[in-house]
Ligand binder design. Structure first.
Ligand SMILES: [Zn+2]
Length: 140
């Protein structure tokens, strides 16, 4: 049976850096992207190699929702880690490309051991764009 767990962060995660009004869902299966990105704000989805999916949103538009520390925290909760994360996907509610923030974030993820795909999803066209390898000099 498919199961979705809602994590109530203010109880489970007493870290001050985590934003309030945040919703984190843990799926024990891997929903298709069009099932996840149905809302008009940014959502970050992490697919793991052990068949789980985590979604994080702060209900904000045009803002990446998860910090590196949060992502590692939730991956550990589901028995995974950054190195064995399969893909990290987020949407942009309005049509635009990778932001500089996205590129920096991807660079940090790679630096911390992420080897999966970093993907931008466009709900209006149900299409995806995969991050190209960023050039290190862009982030200095
Ligand atoms: Zn973005």
């Amino acid at each position: 049976m498919k199961k979705i767990t809602v994590l109530v962060l203010l109880v489970l995660v007493p870290l001050a850096s985590f934003a309030q009004n945040k919703r984190v869902l843990v799926y024990d299966y891997q929903p298709r992207l069009e099932e996840i990105f149905t809302e008009p704000f940014e959502v970050l989805a992490i697919y793991t190699k052990n068949g789980k999916t985590i979604t994080i949103t702060s209900h904000l538009v045009n803002r990446v929702n998860g910090s590196l520390e949060e992502i590692e925290y939730y991956l550990n909760l589901v028995g995974s880690n950054l190195e064995s994360a399969k893909s990290i996907v987020h949407n942009h509610p309005t049509p635009n490309r990778w932001s500089l923030q996205d590129k920096k974030f991807y660079y940090e993820l790679k630096r911390e051991g992420f080897k999966g795909e970093f993907v931008l999803y466009f709900p209006w066209s149900k299409s995806e764009r995969h991050m190209e390898k960023p050039k290190a000099e862009e982030f200095k």
